[in-house]
Design a protein around this ligand. Structure first.
Ligand code: XUL
Ligand code: MN
Length: 357
């Protein structure tokens, strides 16, 4: 029987939190309708931001770690990654994961692992194996798969059943390439595709169990992605935690069914943020080294001077929410639940969030 427990045994002691983000979270503000609105910040300067804001984990796409990846030899790429690993160490930072960027090459226009063109599928797998070598050289075992272009605009354009077989083949090839790496699938239901394959954590976990080594395939849940699927992010997280497969999170927020907004954590819906932290904290999230990733972006119209404030703000909102979760009157909560007094429970939660208790 699966039990909700953490490293400390049965007694919930709360989560243990370390924070991470990726270089893309200090953005230039470009969107599909216009040019960048802020000047680019060099990667070396971005690295200096981490410790200053209290972050210790760095998330990478493979070509964030090794630019121009498709134009250099695999040997040179690995050497560059090893050098970056040493720089990270000297800055007191840790690489959290590497994600193969399979959405910008001309060979991934129509999908990567699920492209109809076998040569493009081969490229996607080869690039993913190189991303694994880069991760190993950098010093992380974690590979994130955001399956950006695995899906369709025109449903008839692909055989969806076969596409899932291609996804499983790619996952198994990656598992076989390195005995220690673990794959975290980051589901997202749409954007850039009309419909993506593996749109929810349930889909991701189903394919994990079919893989050659289910113990090395898990998930990363992003708040906004769950909301885009019309689901409650805290329930999605609870489902993955129940399966012991929540190995990272991308906390942020999302105002309804629009483009992926990557808003500050808690800025749109405080109660949903409360429930995400509640679920994480109750399960002792972080005791196995999982990071709290904040996949947030500042506003397109934000001036350059404050271009990293959203990272500090989202981390602060998370920490304040941990306090809210830990000071919630659990005894009163139990009484309401026992008495089936859901109006009472609602009042308890909202008064607590409003600071009126
Ligand atoms: C895309 C997204 C990505 C992944 C990493 O919506 O969230 O930034 O987190 O590739
Ligand atoms: Mn993300």
């Amino acid at each position: 029987m699966a039990r909700i427990a953490n490293k400390q045994g049965d007694k919930p002691v709360g989560g243990k939190y370390r924070f991470s983000f990726g270089p893309w979270n200090i953005s230039e503000g470009a969107d599909p309708f216009g040019p960048p609105v802020r000047k680019p910040v060099a990667f070396a300067r971005k690295l200096k931001v981490y410790r200053k804001l209290g972050f210790t984990g760095v998330q990478f796409h493979d070509d964030d770690a090794v630019p121009d990846l498709d134009r250099i030899s695999a040997k040179a790429a690995v050497a560059q990654a090893a050098k970056l690993g040493r720089i990270l160490k000297s800055e007191g930072l840790e690489p959290e994961f590497v994600a193969p960027r399979l959405w910008e090459s001309p060979r991934t226009i129509d999908g990567a692992y699920t492209s109809n063109d076998p040569a493009c599928r081969r490229y996607a797998i080869e690039r993913s194996l190189l991303a694994i070598d880069i991760a190993a050289a950098l010093g992380t075992k974690n590979i994130v798969l955001w399956l950006a272009r695995e899906g369709t605009y025109i449903r008839e354009a692909k055989n969806a059943r076969l596409a899932h077989d291609h996804l499983l083949t790619a996952i198994n090839r990656m598992l076989a390439h390195h005995p220690d790496i673990r794959i975290m699938i980051e589901p997202k239901p749409n954007e850039p595709m009309d419909h993506a394959y593996l749109p929810t954590i349930g889909h991701a976990i189903a394919i994990a169990y079919l893989s050659d080594d289910p113990s090395r395939v898990g998930g990363l849940i992003e708040t906004a992605h769950a909301k885009l699927a019309g689901l409650d992010p805290s329930d999605e997280m609870a489902f993955a935690l129940f399966h012991k497969k929540l190995w990272s999170v991308h906390l942020n927020d999302q105002n309804g069914l629009k483009f992926d907004e990557d808003r500050n954590f808690g800025a749109v819906n405080l109660r949903e943020a409360f429930n995400q932290v509640r679920v994480l904290d109750e399960a002792g999230y972080g005791w196995n080294g999982e990071y709290v990733g904040l996949d947030v972006k500042t506003f397109r119209t934000q001036k350059q001077e404050k271009e990293t404030a959203h990272l500090a703000n989202s981390k602060r909102f998370f920490e304040l929410m941990v306090h809210k979760v830990r000071t919630f009157d659990r005894k009163a909560e139990s009484q309401c639940i026992k008495a089936r007094d859901y109006e009472g429970l609602e009042r308890l939660v909202i008064e607590h969030l409003l600071g009126a208790d």
